[in-house]
Design a binder for this molecule. Structure first.
Ligand SMILES: Nc1ncnc2c1ncn2[C@@H]1O[C@H](COP(=O)(O)OP(=O)(O)OP(=O)(O)O)[C@@H](O)[C@H]1O
Length: 273
């Protein structure tokens, strides 16, 4: 199988990748006079770890925000699970099965790890406040089921010891792991990670890499990520989209991208962290 096969393909290391889950077709996004994205197309396949890279200001965050539904492009189409996606509210995107983490951690510092992760399940909860007041039994049963799922994620990400700790007291690497846990609590089909390794030391990066691979492997979650650390990108990703000045300049396996002269030029031509 190759990457063009509609059924999917098998990676060099034997991982099975499925059919297309998301397709970005000729996306153009402008902010006033600034063109952040110019006519970019690419797909994300089921089970894949897909990276978006590029020098500073290339348009990566803008693209992640288009994928998440936060930005609606002026031109182009976004297809998800075989349907063209129109403008949506964030909760509708979450219900579709897309969850994300943020470049700057977005957790509730005063709340415990457990409670923060529980907030990830809000879009899956049927019982609202009214229902809880009137039919406490049903709501309680539902709450127990949610707690069980959350406890599973806590075990999986090895954060049992800090489950009661307020997030504000945790070191950076662990906060990032809690953020991953909260995104996973929504049971996403597609998980978006915005610079998951930013600000981490070597050991924290190694842990995060392992957890990302395990999530992908264990839950079959498709993952799209932006990351500046090239070593991490090349190790983790099945395929990589490369952006520069809002345009796509490369798309392929890490090896293909690494040897692409346009990509080499883009990275040599600018300062990069
Ligand atoms: N909300 C916005 N309003 C106006 N311009 C914006 C906005 N967001 C991004 N831009 C512009 O769009 C272009 C792409 O920015 P974007 O943040 O997507 O790049 P990036 O590749 O994620 O950069 P970095 O690696 O530095 O985070 C830049 O010229 C940026 O100034």
């Amino acid at each position: 199988m190759n990457q063009m096969n509609p059924e999917g393909y098998t990676t060099a290391d034997g991982r099975k990748i499925g059919p297309v889950l998301m397709e970005m077709k000729n996306i153009t996004l402008r902010f006033g006079g600034v063109k952040a994205i110019t006519d970019i197309s690419f797909d994300i396949r089921e089970g894949e770890i897909r990276a978006i890279i590029g020098p500073n200001g290339a348009g990566k965050s803008s693209m992640l925000n288009v994928i998440s539904g936060f930005y609606v492009p002026q031109e182009g189409e976004v297809w998800f699970k075989g349907y063209k996606r129109g403008p949506m509210k964030p909760y509708q995107v979450a219900r579709l099965g897309i969850a994300r983490t943020f470049q700057n951690i977005a957790l509730f510092d005063g709340m415990s790890v457990l409670d923060n992760i529980m907030t990830g399940r809000l879009t899956l909860m049927n019982s609202g406040l009214m229902a809880q007041a009137m039919w406490w039994g049903t709501a309680e049963k539902e709450e127990t089921a949610h707690r069980e799922k959350v406890e599973k994620i806590i075990d999986f990400l090895e954060i049992q010891a800090i489950r009661k700790t307020p997030v504000g007291r945790l070191p950076y690497g662990l906060k990032k792991r809690v953020e991953l846990a909260r995104a996973l609590a929504a049971e996403p089909k597609l998980l978006l990670l915005d610079e998951p390794m930013a600000g981490m030391n070597v050991e924290e990066k190694e842990d995060m890499c392992r957890f990302i691979l395990d999530v992908n492997d264990e839950f079959g979650t498709t993952i799209a990520l932006i990351e500046h650390d090239m070593g991490v990108v090349m190790d983790l990703s099945d395929r990589v989209v490369v952006m520069d000045y809002g345009k796509k300049i490369g798309d392929g396996t890490p090896d293909e991208v690494r040897n692409n002269p346009d990509v080499i030029n883009a990275y040599l031509g600018v300062s990069h962290d």
